[in-house]
Design a protein around this ligand. Structure first.
Ligand SMILES: Nc1ncnc2c1ncn2[C@@H]1O[C@H](COP(=O)(O)OP(=O)(O)OP(=O)(O)O)[C@@H](O)[C@H]1O
Ligand SMILES: [Mg+2]
Length: 246
């Protein structure tokens, strides 16, 4: 449903994305992994409209989105959860959620119904509704960020390193929340530094290196590849890795 075709993009000092061609499947979780500086965040940025590609095309359900502004991309159904600090700390959870619904504020019935649906999927929205976002734990904030991105009912959600700075227990909450998001029918395109975590969560995996796609394959296949172990985990076999678990 999202097709990147030979996309090139950069920040003025030459192209960071060096011709990315990639298909992201509808209603699945796709996780992009790769070393620092590979261009993973840049890939999300060209999709969300924050960065204009210098060449190539991006199609969403067959329609070009690579020349749209960020607001137009959001209106087309692609929401991004920022890498960090997406909530207004001084506002309550409830008010943060209402801000997420700003685009549909005139449709009160629709907004209320959507907030109720999300409160069911992510209970913290109700239990901490009247607390300031700044008073939540890191994991609870991440869940509110996820839920807030879903208020306008996007078809695609972009997550850039959703587990950054979270402890292993809270990573599990992010794991489940991402699955919940996907079960609501959302296509998730995520970037994850924790390769094992990301590929266990995702259906499809994409390995990027130096602005290009090195491999794209079912996530479990990528996890099992010996060259993946060498790229990311050192040469040690997967089972002996101390992180274990997720
Ligand atoms: N705003 C910017 N201005 C100039 N160069 C940038 C900017 N953002 C990223 N870059 C450069 O683009 C390249 C790719 O960056 P990008 O953020 O896409 O990498 P990444 O794969 O997300 O890395 P990380 O794992 O560290 O988040 C890097 O060389 C980086 O220096
Ligand atoms: Mg990044």
């Amino acid at each position: 449903m999202i097709e990147f075709e030979n996309v090139r993009a950069g920040y003025g000092g030459g192209d960071v994305l060096q011709g990315v061609t990639l298909t992201v499947e509808r209603a699945a979780i796709t996780c992009v992994v790769g070393p620092n500086g590979a261009g993973k965040s840049t890939l999300l940025r060209v999709l969300s409209g924050l960065l204009r590609p210098s060449a190539g095309t991006i199609l969403l359900d067959g329609k070009p989105v690579h020349a749209l502004s960020p607001a137009e991309v959001l209106a087309a159904g692609v929401a991004q959860v920022p890498q960090q600090g997406g909530l207004f700390g001084n506002l309550t959870v409830r008010d943060n959620m209402l801000l997420g619904g700003y685009l549909i504020r005139s449709e009160r019935g629709r907004l209320k119904k959507r907030l109720d649906e999300l409160a069911e999927a992510f209970p913290v929205i109700t239990t901490r509704a009247h607390d300031k976002a700044a008073d939540l734990s890191g994991g609870q904030r991440r869940i509110v960020e996820f839920a807030r991105a879903l208020v306008t009912n996007p078809s695609v959600v972009l997550l850039d390193e959703p587990t950054l700075g979270l402890d292993p227990k809270t990573c599990e909450v992010v794991f489940e929340s991402t699955q919940t998001m996907n079960e609501l029918g959302v296509t998730v395109l995520m970037v994850e530094q924790n390769v094992r975590f990301g590929l266990k969560l995702a259906h499809h995996g994409v390995v990027m290196e130096r602005g290009q796609v090195l491999f794209a394959a079912p996530a479990d296949e990528l996890l099992a590849r010996p060259d993946m172990a060498a790229l990311f985990f050192g040469a040690a076999p997967e089972t002996s890795h101390p992180e274990g678990g997720l």
